[in-house]
Design a binder for this molecule. Structure first.
Ligand code: NDP
Length: 594
């Protein structure tokens, strides 16, 4: 068949597969881990009965979240001379997603040398090109000790309420442990993988076996630990719902440990070769100053179509994402070339399935039919191979997903699959409303709640500032940027945020607040820049990347700065250089009082 015919055929298949999965309930097809699902949300890593005295104090900044963002913010604040700040986290330690996600096989899928924060500053060399989760979690503690973050930390604690006090020009923050903190700045750095979600499947609570989410792995049930094989599953039948980046890592471990494994698939992930390997001990200390930033920027260029002269990381991501096929084409010929480049990558991924998976019927079901930017491309050298094992069974749901669970187990196409353990690898709230992800609803000027102000999606300048919420700084990627390497993105963003706080302190600024006009201009700029990206994403199979295919204003506002993260950083740099904080209403302290 001629190449153009194969591309056209693939595009028709993409469309058909997308239509199978579109649902009117979009993001509402998921349940949050609250109320009736509270059992799924308990912290397996902390002993119950923890108590402490409430904290009552005034501080310059409260940072919500002690993951990568929270730690980088703390470091940045300290380096800019601001030492009175607090970091509040529900978890019992620093680490964010690496605190919660300790499921078997968990590791980073962006190269450790650029993904693990502050390697240059800590002098730590990761053991592997893709380090295991336990090592990444240890790096978080290394950072927390080196920068003396623990005295600033308020752990095992959730925000109950955050209300702007206009008379005092401060945020009043209360917590579930009776703390009351008055802060000049409130910085929300809750991360993007903070809120686990469950599919709202009929009968989910009827299941009589053990069930948990991957972000709350119960080694008490499975045996083993993040670094040791699971030794209680040899006589157990295990099911796993979901085949995203998490499941790709979990399935091979279950395959080694359990009697039988049933993998319930709605949409297959693209799986490339991982080629993991050791890093020479001491590598980091032998590098010239600035190496980590240079490597991060180079990777970002490679995966966003920047095509630098050298590819320092040289992995699957930099090869598969070398051409940015989401960009807007100016001619039909250019569009045809983008389609061809996209097809080539996805076809290579589909061919890899055929090469590895022995049963042709199973191989066919494991092939992903969508564009290369639609979902995260995953990398693993054991996932597809698992389906050649006699104890691993793919239950393909034809794009419908598991819709019903009984006391015995999931039901698909009328067949019940009795299980001892059901693992939900069903992901996280990434593109839902900020309030849902934060777990509290900040109350701004005049008693307006953030959920009211953002009832139709985010309203921000740079993804950071929002009108009616003075001194609230949002650290997230909605209306901001992303880049595949979240550590690089956070490095850029947190540096900007700490500049904002330090600049206010230095110039006697009491409040900053975005104007509505500045918010609208910023959104218009994002929409204009993201035309190609929007068109591409709208044709994608549904997932959290495109708000599950929702066509709402909130989904339309959930945009990110397209393309290279450095273009977003350049906006921020120009804004800082302008000197007068354009787009913000700035209040200064009364000179008499100052
Ligand atoms: P995802 O949201 O990517 O995957 C959830 C999975 O659950 C999807 O396969 C989804 O199918 C499936 N699903 C949902 N409902 C049903 C249902 N009713 N029946 C069957 N299947 C269902 O979550 P992950 O936890 O896998 O990954 C989230 C993110 O975490 C990644 O994108 C990545 O950013 C990050 N991650 C990073 C890693 C790293 O190494 N750095 C490792 C793991 C995760 P469908 O696709 O059809 O929606």
């Amino acid at each position: 068949m001629a190449e153009q015919d194969r591309i056209d055929e693939a595009k028709a298949r993409y469309q058909a597969e997308r239509e199978k999965r579109l649902r009117d309930d979009a993001q509402d097809q998921y349940s949050q881990l609250t109320d009736e699902f509270e059992e799924f949300d308990h912290d397996p890593w902390v002993e119950s009965g923890f108590t402490r005295e409430p904290v009552v104090e005034e501080t310059t900044a409260v940072v919500v979240g002690g993951g990568f963002a929270g730690m980088l913010l703390a470091k940045g604040l300290q380096e800019r001379g601001i030492t009175d700040y607090r970091i509040i986290d529900k978890a019992g330690d620093f680490g964010g997603t690496w605190y919660w996600n300790r499921y078997p096989g968990c590791m980073c899928d962006v190269e450790s040398l650029i993904y693990m924060p502050l390697l240059e500053e800590t002098g730590y060399t990761p053991t592997m090109k893709y380090a295991p989760a336990a090592e990444i979690f240890e790096q978080c503690q290394r950072i927390a000790h080196q920068y003396d973050l623990y005295p600033h930390a308020i752990l095992h604690t959730e925000i109950a309420d955050a209300t702007w006090d206009d008379d005092a020009s401060r945020w009043i923050i209360t917590t579930t442990r009776a703390d009351r903190i008055s802060a000049k700045f409130l910085i929300t750095a809750g991360g993007i993988l903070h809120k686990a979600k469950l599919p709202a499947i009929e009968g989910i609570n009827d299941f009589a076996g053990r069930a948990f989410h991957t972000a709350r792995w119960d080694y008490g049930y499975t045996g083993g630990s993040p670094t040791e094989p699971m030794d209680h599953l040899a006589d157990k039948v295990v099911g796993i719902i979901g085949t995203g980046a998490t499941a790709i890592q979990v399935v091979p471990q279950l395959a080694k440990a359990a009697k039988e494994v049933y993998v319930f698939q709605r949409t297959p992930s693209p799986v490339g070769a991982r080629n993991n390997g050791p890093i020479e001990p001491g590598w980091v200390k032998a590098q010239p100053p600035g190496w980590q930033r240079e490597r991060m920027v180079n990777f970002t260029e490679c995966v966003t179509g920047g095509k630098p002269e050298v590819n320092l990381v040289g992995d699957g991501a930099t090869r598969y994402l070398w051409d940015d096929t989401q960009q807007a084409a100016t001619t039909p010929e250019e569009q045809a070339e983008l389609d061809r480049l996209d097809f080539e990558v996805m076809q290579a991924i589909r061919d890899r399935v055929e090469e590895i998976v022995e049963d042709p019927e199973t191989a066919e079901k494991l092939k992903p039919w969508y564009g290369k930017h639609c979902k995260r491309i995953t990398y693993h050298d054991e996932y597809l191979q698992s389906f050649n094992l006699p104890n691993v069974h793919l239950v393909d749901t034809e794009g419908l997903g598991v819709r019903r669970v009984t006391e015995a187990g999931p039901v698909v196409d009328g067949k019940e699959y009795p299980l001892d353990l059901l693992v939900y690898a069903s992901g996280f709230e990434v593109t839902t409303g900020l309030v849902s992800r934060l777990g509290f609803d900040p109350v701004g000027r005049g008693g307006v709640k953030l959920s009211e102000r953002w009832h139709d999606g985010a309203h921000t300048l740079h993804g950071i500032h929002t009108n009616a919420f003075p001194n609230l700084l949002v650290c997230h990627f909605i209306q901001a940027a992303f880049g595949l390497n979240f550590n690089h993105y956070l490095d850029e963003l947190t540096s900007h945020l700490t500049w904002i706080v330090a600049n206010a302190e230095e110039h006697g600024i009491t409040t900053i607040e975005a104007t509505v006009e500045a918010e609208d201009e910023w959104l218009a700029l994002l929409w204009q820049a993201g035309k190609g990206f929007g068109r591409y994403s709208a044709a994608c199979t549904p997932s959290f990347h495109n708000s599950e295919g929702a066509r709402t204003m909130a989904a339309a506002r959930n945009v990110v700065h397209p393309g290279n993260l450095m273009r977003y950083s350049e906006h921020l740099e120009r804004w800082r250089d302008a000197g007068d904080l354009p787009g913000l209403v700035v209040q200064k302290a009364d000179p008499v009082d100052a």
